[in-house]
Design a protein around this ligand. Sequence first.
Ligand code: NDP
Length: 463
Amino acid sequence: MTLRLVNPATEQPLAELETAGVEETDRAVAAAKEAFPAWRAVAPTDRARLLRRLAALVEEHAEELALLETVDMGKPINDSRRVDVPLAAECIAFYGEAVDKVYDEVAPTDPSSVVMIVREPLGVIGAVVPWNFPLLMASWKVAPALATGNSVVLKPAEQSPLTALRLAELASEAGIPDGVLQVVPGFGETAGQALGRHPEVDMIAFTGSTEVGKLFLRYSGESNMKRVALECGGKSPHIVTAECGDLDAAATAVAWGVFYNQGEVCNAGSRLLVHRSLKDELLERVVKVSERIRPGDPLDPQTRMGAIVDETQLDRVLGYIDSGREEGAALHLGGARVREETGGYYVEPTIFDAVSNEMRIAREEIFGPVLSTISFDDLDEAIAVANDTVYGLSAAIWTDDLSTAHRAARALRAGVVWVNAFDKGDITSPFGGFKQSGFGRDKSIHALEKFTDLKAIWIEVGS
Ligand code: NDP
């Protein structure tokens, strides 16, 4: 079946490619299985060298990859250049540098035995990734999986397969053997499901919606009980307390925390919880920052907000804006599709005030530039509202009071909690969710754990 890609910034045709269906996905899995024994036998120092070479090639092709990412999914070229591509290269290099520095263990048993606790690769990994950070999400899965000696079949999102395909070519150029990394640019229901149900796939590493994450659990249960790691949706609370010492910094973080990448971010700070005493002042400053984040041509280096990925997502976002109005929230900024005259799917930064945590715009992941503002009177109430969600990906709190910071950081049920910051992170700190935001961690040394199993080898040596 042919996939016709559309540039979301213009609605003009971009590329056509043949998709991988069930049969092609089966062939990719068979090739990955065949490649696995030799790849796992490669010395970690040699796997490390190959990954570092791949990272260098990503850097060398940075401009090309940035351009592909931007025309494929609509994000500003400045972000693709400054964030997506360099972070992908850094991630691949990190696991290349890490994997020959991680040691196995010897258990402290009776001296008559030697018990080695070794980590072994799982086999064939199905990596299924979304369209919001296509290259970066692929790198978060592919790099630690390859570093630990697994082979990978990567399914990019149907909206944004181009950088994944280029990554596979670069991997080949780097010397990574055939079959070790393959890309199946197909649809979720066919290629994605085929990986999820495949008896020879040993693990699924997924990023995407909670709804599809649950499907992968079902596929696993109905097939070979493959391991599943899920990085799913979020509805992250961004709390600004009355003890916030730098309201300008908080306002900047609130605006960028939800409008960055057109709001198409799993950990977007889409719920602003603000102390009632500062609400008006904070919103005024957030609006000021937001007015500088106008949607524009993604290929213009000055543009700070690009196009929504496709028409379906555009309709989804506009539908949520309608639902906010209908449920009685007060539209404070934006609320409309813009730039229709240029073609493309653009939504302006949108802020709702007077939101209650029961409204759909406060409960459901919108994945667009929509901020819901909820006022609170005391910290316990803020924490209760923050935690009143099925998600638990991230949370943030602004306060100059150390004990408030500490108490809240412990009480917030989320995989990442920021204090006096939002969306800070680097490759050394783990990322992933509590509750229905999933389980398993991307990034950091901890990501290596989920791509391996522990084996205890008990050798009886006698006394
Ligand atoms: P999905 O969760 O549907 O897609 C993520 C990946 O899963 C894609 O590669 C997709 O393939 C694949 N997939 C979809 N359906 C199936 C299936 N039945 N079986 C196996 N694999 C499948 O996200 P969408 O792209 O559709 O976005 C919808 C909503 O999901 C967004 O509005 C947002 O709320 C949320 N989302 C959350 C993300 C996050 O990081 N938390 C990332 C992306 C979306 P295909 O592209 O072909 O559908």
